[in-house]
Write a protein that binds this ligand. Structure first.
Ligand SMILES: [Zn+2]
Length: 128
């Protein structure tokens, strides 16, 4: 066994375990709504309301959904619609889990190359 081999194997199996957990989630997608949730806080029209004096007393959150269509950024009000908000957050989670899975795939690939390189001799550096 070469120096560093154990460490690489351990890192690969850690990545593999995380990969299995993520794949499990990704294989059970929930209803999703495309876009990024944005919470907005606003002033109201009532004179004397605390929101006009204190930033932290502004009303909200009022939820919007931002998404891209035809190269343009768009926004839709989704308000307090709990069902839509759940779908938006499910989409956000799904996208971030998928991104994490791609990162792990890349890390496993790199560790495997490093593991191979421990045993790889190049023609111009041959030892025997
Ligand atoms: Zn107000």
């Amino acid at each position: 066994m070469k120096k560093g081999e154990k460490r690489l194997c351990r890192q690969i199996s850690i990545c593999e375990q995380k990969r299995i957990a993520l794949k499990k989630k990704l294989l059970r997608p929930k209803p999703m709504l495309e876009g990024a949730p944005v919470a907005k806080y606003t002033y109201c029209g009532t004179a004397g309301c605390a929101c006009h004096r204190d930033e932290s007393k502004k009303h909200g959150p009022y939820w919007y959904l931002t998404f891209r269509r035809g190269g343009k950024s768009k926004s839709r009000y989704i308000g307090q619609d709990e069902k839509k908000r759940r779908k938006v957050f499910a989409y956000k989670r799904h996208q971030s889990n998928h991104a994490e899975l791609r990162k792990l795939n890349k890390a496993i690939d790199e560790h495997l190359v490093a593991l191979r390189d421990l045993y790889l001799e190049r023609p111009d550096e041959e030892k025997d």
